[in-house]
Design a protein around this ligand. Structure first.
Ligand code: NAD
Ligand code: 89Y
Length: 344
């Protein structure tokens, strides 16, 4: 076996637990250190995952460890400073979404990675779900013909605020938190977008930002897509965290149904495709789909490092996703159609 790559995880909070389980599933990777400002969280992670060393300072971590990569699943306001440290030490980075608080921040991080010649990938996991890998394969087969329309719908009423309390206070909330995943998916499935129209809504009282949004995108290759997402949808069963929808082409339609079932209406008739989950020991409903995708995202990052190739959601590539996000907020504020290429 090729030598195991040695990594560290900075930030051992809520979602990092999935990262830590994910890394443990990759045979050719070893997490040698964890770091959190909160020592108790770092110690707990180290004990749970058998990780040798614990830090409460990222500066000390980088000064002490010889790392092949670092995983940073902290919230966005910490990303610029933490990535700057990694780049200064020549350590490749996989960084959780959202990339940074604004597009200028994303640009500065990408420029710093470029100047240091250090790989940077954004941990954007929706496109790495088994479901969307299968959808991509169907689109690549040409069965649907030329794509004309797509709808990606993500609506839930779960209490997201218990696990992620910081979401109560953010002014740019739902597009930053979930819309960004759907914008990346829209690029993955329908290609680049050159027009963005958006309406946001704040439905729950007492929060600082929007908890529902609807975005309309025009794609360069001709398709129109609609992304609708909400944390204020009452439905039983609640589909969290599934993305539902449909994709239409000149030759057929693909329906993205609940419970990872795709239905293809093509020239040869209709067929149902249940998409399996990985069956990992540590995953659990309703998170399984996302938890599986975390490992696929990590696998892609490690494979890209080993091959010396740019990852699919590199920092550079993710600027285009982030430009769509900025365009969506601008559109919602102005009531106008925004051209994202003028923002990048
Ligand atoms: P969290 O607040 O639970 O965890 C963040 C941790 O980072 C905290 O323990 C904090 O002490 C630590 N930290 C902050 N600054 C640090 C520093 N300078 N050095 C070391 N440790 C530091 O947050 P969370 O809910 O786990 O979310 C983290 C990120 O993951 C967010 O950006 C969120 O949007 C993203 N997220 C992604 C998905 C997904 O599906 N991809 C799901 C949930 C959350
Ligand atoms: O924060 C959100 C995300 O990025 O994916 C799922 C989530 O954790 C809650 O909806």
């Amino acid at each position: 076996m090729t030598a195991r790559l040695k990594g560290a995880v900075i930030g051992c909070g809520f979602f990092a637990q999935n990262h830590l389980y994910g890394w443990a599933d990759l045979d050719d990777v070893e997490i040698v250190a964890v770091c959190d400002l909160d020592e108790a969280k770092a110690r707990l992670a180290a004990e749970r995952f058998g990780i040798a060393r614990v830090y409460t300072s990222a500066e000390t971590l980088f000064a002490t460890e010889a790392l092949d990569f670092v995983d940073i699943p902290t919230t966005m306001e910490t990303h610029e400073a933490l990535t700057a440290l990694a780049f200064a030490h020549g350590v490749p980075v996989i960084l959780q979404k959202p990339f940074a608080p604004d597009l200028d921040g994303c640009r500065r991080i990408v420029a710093a990675a470029g100047a240091a010649n250090v790989p940077l990938m954004i941990h954007e996991d929706f496109r790495f779900q088994n479901l969307f890998r299968t959808v991509r394969g169907i689109l690549d087969s040409g069965e649907l013909g030329r794509l004309t329309f797509g709808r990606l719908s993500w609506r839930t009423g779960i209490d997201v605020y218990s696990n992620q309390p910081y979401l109560v206070h953010v002014k740019r909330f739902m597009i930053m938190d979930v819309g960004i995943h759907l914008l990346d998916l829209a690029r993955f499935l329908f290609g680049e977008a050159n027009g963005v129209f958006c309406r946001t809504q704040q439905i729950k009282e007492g929060i600082a930002g929007e908890d529902a949004a609807t975005i309309l995108l025009s794609h360069e290759q001709g398709a129109t897509s609609i992304l609708d997402f909400s944390y204020a949808t009452r439905r039983d069963p609640d589909p969290f965290p599934q993305t539902l929808g449909e994709i239409e082409g000149t030759e057929g339609t693909l329906v993205i149904g609940a419970d990872q079932v795709l239905t293809v209406h093509g020239k040869g008739g209709t067929r149902r495709i249940p998409v399996p989950q990985d069956g990992r020991a540590w995953t659990s409903a309703p998170w399984t789909q996302i938890q599986d995708s975390v490992v696929h995202t990590q696998r892609h990052f490690i494979d890209s490092l080993r091959r010396g190739t740019e990852p699919a959601t590199s920092g550079r590539d993710s600027l285009a996703t982030y430009a769509l996000l900025e365009a969506a907020y601008l559109s919602a504020a102005s009531g106008r159609l925004i051209h994202p290429d003028r923002l990048v």
